[in-house]
Design a protein around this ligand. Sequence first.
Ligand code: GLN
Length: 188
Amino acid sequence: MIVGVLALQGAFREHQRALAGCGVDSVLIKKPEQLEGISGLIIPGGESTTIGKLLNEFSLLEPVKKMGEEGLPIFGTCAGLILLARNIAGSEQPRLGLMDITVERNAFGRQVDSFEVDTDIPALGPEPFRAVFIRAPYILGVGSGVEVLASFDGKIVFARQGRFLAASFHPELTGDLRVHRYFLDKCF
Ligand code: GLN
């Protein structure tokens, strides 16, 4: 099995390392033909407007969207979560729109641009998960097919809809592989 990691901008190498830690091969995706043969895809954090623009420029937006609609498991972190969202508050920026969620960008405010917090994620077991938030979005609302996996400060920060998984935080920046393992176990 090979999992693709979208590598247009952002923290793609860290995801590749996390997948390697899970014993899974990966390929960096920069061109449509590299999508062939992948069993899943990770969309990293970075800047969602830039990644969205590049998805269009590199003719990746439509093929990835189609593969998602046809059942490809996709995991988005931070900017990747924004790109998975159907609705982005106050923005018309390009997106995949595969998940029935509404997100707010840069939602935790300027004073707390970045922070880390131990977060309870029951789906990962009793040990809290150290979640790293960097200019993070949160999920304002979810459709009926979406399972909320974690909240922080009353805001939804981790959710799943079938084969799609979205996190506001950056599990690739900690050594804890439980979120990646969850994606590989539950979304495939
Ligand atoms: N603030 C970024 C955006 O809106 C996301 C930040 C991140 O991915 N760390 O795209």
